[in-house]
Design a protein around this ligand. Structure first.
Ligand SMILES: Cc1cc2nc3c(=O)[nH]c(=O)nc-3n(C[C@H](O)[C@H](O)[C@H](O)COP(=O)(O)OP(=O)(O)OC[C@H]3O[C@@H](n4cnc5c(N)ncnc54)[C@H](O)[C@@H]3O)c2cc1C
Ligand code: SF4
Length: 443
């Protein structure tokens, strides 16, 4: 009898202990779900919940809520766990690393581009990176997949396919013309060199592509990648300068010249070869063309009087070198806000945005901006439009009534987005399709 009572007590104690542990666990999960709910609510209010371009999609039937995707994502609060399943929070902030895709042990994540409501324009490319125009290939972000590592990988693969497609007896001056010297164009040209192709690398601006436009202090997140004629680059976090130095060194070592300030204006298909014409009027012929021109296109201009003045810029390169200036930054996206914040410590900065609220910026930028405004380091002018730029002043129209203010000014930075190279592509005969929620990476 005594033994029976003892057993009942032990089992009861074990059962109570199990119930307590489960209850604590469920309570913790409920609390975490509530936090995620609040973050989703905030993301919706801030206009950051809906995806813009690439974003993860969770198959809730396969998801077992390990949290591996949340832990793997280097960005902040893109994904969270709610009610035992992974869910998206700030989907518009996803920059398409794909770390979540690779981390999920049950393969419940896929990457999609655009949504049913919001389409993303992409050129037509097949699995060998060739467009609908035989001989013209596309690599890098222009094809829809962002990030340095992906662009490097695609530049390499595209040129490997190009090598197989070039006819021995073509009568063009070059085997290949690569347009764009960003990560995709750089790795493409190294691969072309490796295969002994006769090629030309044309760049409208400067070596480095979008990376060249990063602020000097930006931490560049990447993952190990294989660069032709160099080998493995084992970098996870690096700086713009380190990356640019590395590319410069490897190109120099392999005698590859980047023809800078050579914007390609058109590609004309003639007798199975291509005539590539630059804005300066240079003409080159090639058997094949690799477009590695990214998606940033050309910075959008405001088309206002005075915009041609030297004090106007469309990117901020050396914020630390600018001090004691009256600066106006125009735009409402992350680039505008980040640039205004970088300039604020040493200058008098006005941030002008035509809308009533900043609804497209990252939460951390939003917090930093509010703090800078509260501390009087930045003056924000919402519902405002820059009307004209004079030598020492600018004229800003503010408010619904459009009151015109003349403000002292030394420098103007415009971040009004970019004009996609759609027209350029269409002129070359490349088909563009709008992707409404198409899966680009799945298991
Ligand atoms: C603010 C910001 C932060 C980012 N942070 C990271 C990060 O931390 N890690 C990461 O991996 N990725 C990051 N990215 C993404 C990364 O920069 C891009 O995915 C990558 O640079 C794309 O490489 P690409 O070679 O395809 O194109 P790009 O780097 O855009 O290069 C395209 C090149 O083509 C040139 N070009 C365009 N049109 C013409 C023409 N008609 N004639 C001649 N040349 C032309 C351009 O001038 C440019 O140099 C970031 C992007 C931005 C905007
Ligand atoms: S794709 Fe990258 S940025 Fe987007 S959620 Fe996954 S890990 Fe985060």
């Amino acid at each position: 009898m005594e033994q029976l009572i003892e057993s009942i007590l032990i089992y009861s104690f074990a059962a109570i202990l199990c119930i307590v542990v489960v209850a604590i666990y469920l309570r913790k999960k409920k609390r975490e779900s509530k936090i995620v709910d609040e973050k989703i609510k905030k993301a919706k209010e801030d206009g950051l919940h809906e995806p813009i371009s690439l974003h993860p999609v969770v198959d809730i039937n396969s998801c077992i809520a390990t949290g591996a995707c949340v832990a793997a994502c280097p960005e902040h609060d893109i994904l969270g766990i709610r009610n035992g399943k992974a869910t998206i929070i700030n989907a518009s902030q996803c920059i398409g690393h794909g770390a979540c895709f690779h981390a999920c042990p049950t393969e419940a994540i896929s990457l999609r581009i655009g949504t049913e409501k919001r389409g993303v324009e992409l050129p037509h490319v097949n699995q060998t990176f060739e467009t609908n125009v035989p001989g013209i290939f596309i690599a890098g972000e222009l094809g829809g997949m962002g990030l340095i590592k992906n662009s490097v990988e695609q530049g390499k693969q595209a040129v490997e396919n190009i090598v197989k497609s070039i006819k021995n007896n073509h009568n063009a001056s070059y085997d290949l013309i690569i347009i764009g010297a960003g990560p995709a164009g750089i790795s493409g040209s190294l691969m072309a060199k490796k295969h002994g192709l006769k090629f030309l690398l044309l760049e409208q601006d400067t070596l480095g592509g979008t990376v060249f436009t990063f602020p000097r202090k930006k931490i560049v997140m990447t993952s190990p990648m294989d660069l032709p004629l160099f080998g493995k680059i084992k970098l996870y976090e690096t700086s713009k300068t380190e990356l640019l130095d590395l590319w410069q060194t490897v190109l120099k070592k392999n005698n590859i010249t980047v023809n800078e300030n050579s914007k390609v204006d058109s590609i004309i298909s003639e007798d199975e070869i291509f005539k590539v014409v630059t804005l300066k009027g240079d003409q080159h012929t090639s058997a094949t063309v690799l477009l590695a021109i990214g998606r940033r296109g050309t910075p959008r201009k405001l088309n206002i009087p005075g915009e041609m003045k030297e004090k106007v810029a469309y990117r901020l390169l050396e914020p630390e070198a600018i001090s004691s200036k009256h600066v106006i930054v125009v735009g409402g996206g992350d680039s505008a806000v980040e640039s205004a914040l970088l300039l604020a410590d040493q200058n008098h900065v006005i941030l002008s945005y035509r809308n009533e609220v900043f609804n497209r910026i990252k939460p951390q930028n939003s917090m930093a901006l509010n703090k800078a405004v509260a501390e009087g380091r930045i003056e924000v002018r919402l519902s405002s439009n820059l009307l004209s730029i004079e030598d020492d002043t600018v004229i800003l129209s503010v408010g619904k009534e459009g009151e015109n203010l003349t403000l002292k000014n030394d420098l103007v930075y415009i971040f009004a987005g970019g004009e996609l190279p759609t027209q350029f592509l269409e002129k070359a005969g490349i088909k563009i399709t709008k992707k409404f929620g198409e899966t680009v990476l799945k298991h």
